[in-house]
Design a binder for this molecule. Structure first.
Ligand SMILES: [Zn+2]
Ligand SMILES: [Zn+2]
Length: 177
């Protein structure tokens, strides 16, 4: 789940910003990826990759999502290896430890999204349903019916729709002049 979570984090950071070393470092620190510091070239490459990752979440249907994931896999996967290290549960590596940070991030996110897509039958991913929110989500909930990036967005969209209904009713019951 680490790979798809990192993909989600990078896409959301790209959507809401700021895309700078501190914020990107924070996202990468939530993973076991090892790295020193982010230079401008690396930040630029990761930004471009985050935009490509967004396309997977924003896909219209399963076919389009599969095509986009395959394009990422072609670009991101350098090897496939079952790894056991640092007390972590067995997991797949898609790049060697000696690869550049950008290559390892591409590998982890492309591979992670592909594994998630298999488990979720290429569903359970999307862009937040609240109008104006650009964030995306990978739905790991039990019922698999998530539509929002967060509970906050779900609640504020519900309030917004309630207010719209109230306004509509008020306008219908207003006396005609
Ligand atoms: Zn590992
Ligand atoms: Zn949202």
């Amino acid at each position: 789940m680490i790979g798809v979570r990192l993909a989600e984090d990078l896409v959301n950071l790209q959507a809401t910003g700021p895309w700078e070393a501190g914020a990107v470092t924070e996202a990468l620190r939530r993973t076991p990826i090892r790295f020193d510091r982010l230079d401008d070239a690396t930040l630029g490459d990761l930004h471009a990759w985050a935009r490509r990752l967004r396309g997977v979440f924003a896909a219209d249907d399963v076919e389009q999502r599969a095509q986009r994931i395959n394009a990422l896999l072609a670009h991101g996967v350098q090897l496939v290896q079952l790894a056991t290290h640092d007390g972590l549960p067995p997991h797949l590596h898609f790049a060697g430890q000696e690869s550049s940070l950008v290559q390892r991030v591409r590998a982890m996110t492309a591979g992670g999204i592909a594994i998630f897509a298999v488990e979720a039958e290429a569903g359970r991913m999307g862009v937040c349903a609240r109008p104006g929110c650009l964030r995306v989500f990978a739905d790991t909930s039990k019922n698999g019916r998530r539509a929002y990036c967060s509970a906050t967005c779900g609640n504020s969209h519900a309030v917004q729709r309630y207010r719209e209904r109230q306004a509509y009713r008020a306008s219908r019951s207003a006396p005609h002049s």
